[in-house]
Design a protein around this ligand. Structure first.
Ligand SMILES: [Zn+2]
Length: 93
């Protein structure tokens, strides 16, 4: 078996297909709740484009994809995570 085909996943925002390595994975883990980049369970993927990370409908799309209602605290974490993945310089500097 030659494993050279990348695992492709669809961004829930732009619906484009990407190599999984280039996507942010959000998993609804049975025990830990929502976690990033690991875990077992229903997962959603978002690409790292600014357009998708700042999509105003991303919360709804995530809730639909993960089939769960998301806590506001989750989005605080989510936004921080997104910021980590985007190498934007801090605003105002
Ligand atoms: Zn996208």
């Amino acid at each position: 078996m030659i494993r050279q085909t990348p695992v492709m996943r669809i961004c829930i925002s732009c619906r484009k297909t990407y190599d999984r390595k280039h996507l942010i994975k959000i998993t609804k883990d049975q025990k830990q709740g929502l976690i990033f980049q690991e875990g077992m369970g229903r997962s959603a993927y978002i690409c790292k484009s600014k357009k998708c990370c700042t999509d105003s409908k991303i919360k709804k799309k995530l809730q639909k994809a993960l089939k769960t209602s998301l806590e506001p605290e989750f989005f605080n974490i989510f936004e921080k995570e997104i910021t980590n993945y985007n190498d934007y310089p801090n605003k105002g500097i």
